[in-house]
Design a protein around this ligand. Structure first.
Ligand SMILES: Cc1ncc(COP(=O)(O)O)c(C=O)c1O
Length: 373
């Protein structure tokens, strides 16, 4: 089975190790184990739990404690609707294995995380994209969605909050998307890894699984919870979907590591504290980015409403791959070229990493923009 190369992962794998100022990062600044323990109000004595841990496969669906803590991130979800996976990457791959076949029709909102269209395509599905446009604040046009779906549409796939634009679909529009899915018999698969990082209010976007019976949510410890190193994610889905997913999971995952399960349970028992830290960081750093965009005349963007990234357009005749390669070579600043999302004249910036990295990287980016102008 052939699959298109995963453009953002390819770029990160090639260049992440070479940069001085990583503004391509999408995680809220990752935590050390020591920082995690401190935020959870404990210390290294907590780690003694590992000494008596018998290293078998653990609970293959994820421990009940962990699934309970994940269920608590939603308004109306029981632990038996949760399946623990190898990151959100594993969750998304499993969902498409379970829901998509060569005869499926899939609608994927773009730009998005490439899994959501390249995996269905690799299975031979007929994939249509619903383009999110700058002039619409990168929000979906619901009438266009209505026109694209068909009787054989099996999945409507989106990322909310969105990567790369940071746009956020609110409850009313999510309900309309779910209704459109319901009418044509499609599941709405929503990648919610950035959930919990909204710029205003309490900070947590409603999940599709709390808004409609055909909603499927994927999430993980990587972004809003700053623990990508745990490689731990999840799927919340209706029972008939979970059953199919479980069959695939048995073949390619079995279970996640017990130490990861334990630490994720601990982190999610303190979800409020971790999310508060993330919101404080993303809100402070977005203010810094926004001040820069307002004063830098060669760039423009739609200010993100959530997430950790922004799509910034630049006013130069230079393709985005060349722009980002040369920027890295000359300044040590790493961005993500828009070409990774099939968008030219733009780059994705990840602003939720270290504040100092952002503060030092932006002036270097400005100097470069004016030098190549
Ligand atoms: C939208 C989206 N989904 C999934 C992933 C993968 O996340 P994980 O680290 O949980 O596998 C990413 C990582 O960048 C992402 O941006």
């Amino acid at each position: 089975m052939e699959i298109e190369p995963f453009a953002v992962e390819l770029w990160m794998g090639q260049f992440e190790g070479q940069c001085q100022y990583n503004l391509a990062e999408t995680c809220v600044r990752s935590l050390t184990i020591g920082e995690l323990l401190e935020l959870c109000g404990t210390d290294e004595t907590e780690l003694s739990a590992f000494l008596s841990m018998k290293m078998d496969y653990g609970s293959v669906d994820g421990s009940l404690q962990l699934r309970t803590n994940i269920a608590n991130l939603y308004s109306n979800v029981e632990p038996n609707r949760v399946l623990v996976t190898h990151g959100a990457a594993g969750a998304n791959a499993l969902i498409y294995s379970a829901l998509v076949s060569p005869t499926s029709h899939v609608v994927s909102f773009v730009p998005t995380y490439q899994q959501h269209y390249s995996i269905p395509k690799s299975f031979g599905a007929d994939v249509d994209v619903l383009q999110l446009r700058k002039q619409d604040q990168f929000l979906p046009n619901i009438d266009e969605l209505r026109a694209i779906v068909r009787d054989d549409t099996s999945v409507i796939a989106l990322t909310n909050p969105n990567n790369p634009t940071g746009s956020l679909i609110h409850q009313e529009a999510l309900k309309q998307i779910l209704e459109i899915g319901e009418d044509c018999g499609a599941y709405v698969v929503c990648d919610e890894v950035y959930r919990g990082t909204d710029q205003v209010g309490a900070g947590t976007t409603p999940s599709v699984v709390d808004l409609g019976g055909n909603g499927v949510s994927t999430g993980s410890m990587s972004k809003a919870f700053s623990l990508a190193g745990l490689r731990l994610g999840w799927i919340v889905a209706p029972p008939e979907v979970l059953e199919q997913v479980t069959h695939h999971r048995d073949y390619n995952t079995i279970s996640v590591g017990m130490i990861n399960d334990y630490l994720a349970s601990l982190a999610l028992a303190n979800a409020d504290v971790l999310l508060e830290r993330s919101r404080s960081l993303t809100r402070r750093n977005l203010q810094i980015l926004d001040d820069w965009v307002q004063t830098e005349d060669l760039v423009s963007y739609v200010k993100p409403s959530s997430g950790t990234t922004a799509l910034v357009h630049y006013n130069l005749e230079m393709d985005s791959y060349q722009f980002c390669r040369q920027l890295l070579e000359e300044t040590g600043v790493l961005l993500m070229p828009g070409s990774a999302f099939e968008i030219e004249g733009a780059f994705r910036i990840g602003y939720a990493n270290d504040t100092q990295v952002l503060e030092r990287g932006l002036p270097l980016l400005s100097a470069f923009l004016h030098q190549v102008n």
